[in-house]
Design a protein around this ligand. Structure first.
Ligand SMILES: CC(C)(COP(=O)(O)OP(=O)(O)OC[C@H]1O[C@@H](n2cnc3c(N)ncnc32)[C@H](O)[C@@H]1OP(=O)(O)O)[C@@H](O)C(=O)NCCC(=O)NCCS
Length: 148
């Protein structure tokens, strides 16, 4: 069974490990720890209750009615089991409770799995930010999900 939980002192190290596994520019343990008590941030983790490991995470920063989704990642051996989809759905629920009406994110233009995931969740592609990413350099595709 998978456990969906807010980032806390117990799971933050597992989230930092996953960041290293999945991103060249992921958040460090120190930066993540600072977000635990940030009222405008919400980071969530998914753990496999059979081994206790953090196997997915994602975060958002809230500014008034808009939330920026960041660092959605699932450990490679757990992919294609709807974990990212369910985790994002939980983040949306939490965001809406705090009054969020619009979610936005950037994704590497060539990241087809992530783009497919966001489009499946209803995100709409609204433009490109040229050369936004480094290591390697790549354009960002910008997506929005707006509640009516
Ligand atoms: C992108 C990522 C988060 C998806 O996680 P996941 O848990 O495997 O995704 P889900 O199982 O929830 O997928 C939901 C839907 O997204 C789409 N999708 C996900 N991965 C896909 C892939 N490799 N190819 C095509 N579509 C894909 C599908 O529509 C899928 O539904 P389906 O399985 O019923 O066809 C994962 O591949 C990952 O961690 N990648 C590395 C980190 C990364 O690139 N993060 C995004 C940064 S913006």
């Amino acid at each position: 069974m998978f456990l969906y939980e807010k980032m806390n002192d117990e799971n933050v190290e597992g989230i930092a490990l996953l960041e290293k596994e999945n991103f060249t520019d992921g958040w460090s343990l120190e930066s993540l720890k600072e977000e635990i008590n940030n009222p405008d941030a919400l980071y969530m983790a998914v753990r496999d209750d059979e081994n206790g490991k953090v196997i997915a995470s994602a975060g958002m920063i809230i500014s008034f009615e808009t939330a920026d989704i960041m660092n959605v990642s699932v450990s490679s051996e757990y992919r294609r089991r709807n974990i990212a989809k369910d985790l994002l759905t939980k983040l949306f629920e939490e965001g809406r409770k705090k009054g969020v009406k619009e979610f936005t994110l950037e994704v590497r233009a060539g990241n087809e799995p992530a783009r497919k995931l966001y489009e499946k969740l209803g995100f709409v592609y609204e433009g490109t930010r040229p050369g936004f990413y480094s290591n390697p350099k790549e354009d960002a595709a910008i997506y929005w999900l707006k509640d009516n």
